[in-house]
Design a protein around this ligand. Structure first.
Ligand code: PMV
Length: 335
C-alpha cells in the first residue's frame, strides 16, 4: 500500500552509540493543508520541521544503572519481555514493541529514554517523532536497518494507539526527507519551487486531536451533502496548493490557505485564539494563514515572503499572544 512512500530508506539517522546502547533521532512536522479531511480520503501536504526533533537512547535493560540526564520534555519506558505490551504507556512504546516483534526480538528487554523538543499536543507531530526516534534507537542498539516503509508501519501502530484512527500523515512526515503529498496511506515527495517562509505560532493552548477528529466525523456523518461538498472542496484546495508550491505562486497559495482555514472553521475545529493569530498574521502582510494539525488549540501557520516580511509577521504573532514562534523555509526543509 505504501509503494510511493518517500525513500528515505535506510539512511542511518540513528548513529552508533557504542556497545550496549543505541541512539535515534526524528523530526516534527507541520501540515500545510489537508488536516482532518485527510482522515476521510482527501490528500494533504506536510512539511518536516528539522529544527524540532526528538532523540532516543536505547539500552539493554540493566536495572539500577544510572542513565544520563535528559533535558526538556522527556520520558522513559521499558519494552520487550513478557507483559510489557499490555502496559504500553505511549505510542513510542507501542511502536518499539511492534518493531521488536517484527525482528524476532520480543523476548529482549530494552529501556528507551526520549528527549523531545517538540511541544506536545500542538499539532507538530511530537508523538510520531518520539516513536520514530525510539524505534531508530532500538534498531541501532541491535544493528538492524529499517527502511522508511517499515518505520512508517511501526510508527503508525503507535499513532493508532495514541490518537485512535490516525490517517498516517504524521507518521509519514516523521520518516520523510522533505515535504510530502499524502493520501490514503501513501506518500510521495513534493516538488517545491517556492522560496517563501512558514511562520508557525503556538496559541499556547493544548490541542485535542482525538476529540476534534471525532467531532469532524460526527459532523460529516450527520450531513452527507455538506460532507461531499467539503471533501471535494478540500481536494481542490490541496491540488491547487501543490501546483502553487511547484510553480512558486505565493499569493495564490496564501489565498488557498485562508480558504482551507474557512473550511476548517466550518468543520468546527478553529477557536478564538486561532482566529486571532490568523487575523494578526494576515494584517501584518502574510499571504495567508490557517491552523495546522488537529486544531481546538495548537498552532497556526502563516505563509510569508522571506526576510523582513517573515520577521514582521513573527513579531505581530507574538504581540497577538503567540506563546512561541518558529521560522521554516519552504525550500530546504530537509532534516
Ligand atoms: O496530530 P495532529 O494534531 O497534527 O493531527 C493530525 C492531523 C489530523 O488530520 C487532524 C488527524 C489525522 O490522523 O490525520
Amino acid at each position: 500500500m505504501n509503494s510511493d512512500r518517500v525513500r528515505e530508506g535506510s539512511r542511518p539517522t540513528a548513529e552508533r552509540a557504542g556497545e550496549g546502547h543505541g541512539t535515534g533521532r526524528a523530526h516534527g512536522k507541520a501540515i500545510l493543508l489537508g488536516e482532518h479531511t485527510v482522515v476521510h480520503g482527501t490528500p494533504a501536504i506536510a512539511f518536516p520541521l528539522p529544527a524540532l526533533s526528538a532523540r532516543g537512547v536505547a539500552h539493554r535493560d540493566r536495572p539500577g544503572v544510572a542513565r544520563e540526564n535528559l533535558a526538556g520534555q522527556h520520558f522513559r519506558f521499558v519494552a520487550g519481555g513478557i507483559g510489557t505490551q499490555e502496559r504500553a504507556s505511549s505510542g513510542a512504546h507501542v511502536a518499539v514493541e511492534e518493531a521488536l516483534r517484527r525482528w524476532g526480538l520480543a523476548g529482549e528487554v530494552v529501556e528507551v529514554a526520549l528527549d523531545c523538543e517538540i511541544p506536545p499536543a500542538r499539532g507538530l507531530g511530537s508523538s510520531a517523532a518520539c516513536a520514530a526516534a525510539a524505534v531508530r534507537a532500538v534498531a541501532d542498539l541491535y544493528d538492524r536497518t529499517i527502511d522508511s516503509d517499515a518505520l512508517y508501519e511501526v510508527v503508525q501502530c503507535g499513532e493508532q494507539f495514541a490518537h485512535g484512527r490516525a490517517s498516517g500523515v504524521d507518521a509519514s512526515t516523521a520518516v520523510a526527507n522533505g515535504p510530502i503529498w499524502f493520501r490514503t496511506g501513501a506518500a510521495r515527495e513534493l516538488a517545491i519551487g517556492l522560496d517563501a517562509t512558514l511562520v508557525i505560532a503556538d496559541t499556547g493552548v493544548s490541542g485535542a486531536t482525538q476529540h476534534a477528529v471525532a467531532a469532524v466525523r460526527r459532523k460529516l456523518e450527520t450531513d452527507q451533502r455538506a460532507a461531499k461538498r467539503l471533501l471535494e472542496r478540500a481536494t481542490d484546495l490541496v491540488e491547487s496548493a501543490a501546483a502553487d508550491l511547484a510553480a512558486g505562486h505565493a499569493e495564490s497559495l496564501g489565498k488557498t490557505l485562508l480558504e482551507f482555514q474557512e473550511l476548517l472553521t466550518e468543520l468546527g475545529v478553529s477557536t478564538p485564539e486561532i482566529d486571532t493569530l490568523v487575523t494578526a498574521a494576515h494584517d501584518a502582510g502574510a499571504f495567508g494563514a490557517k491552523l495546522t494539525g488537529g486544531g481546538l488549540g495548537g498552532c497556526v501557520l502563516a505563509l510569508t515572503d522571506t526576510g523582513d516580511d517573515a520577521a514582521r509577521v513573527r513579531a505581530a504573532l507574538s504581540r497577538a499572544g503567540a506563546a512561541r514562534t518558529w521560522i521554516v523555509p519552504t525550500r530546504g526543509a530537509q532534516p
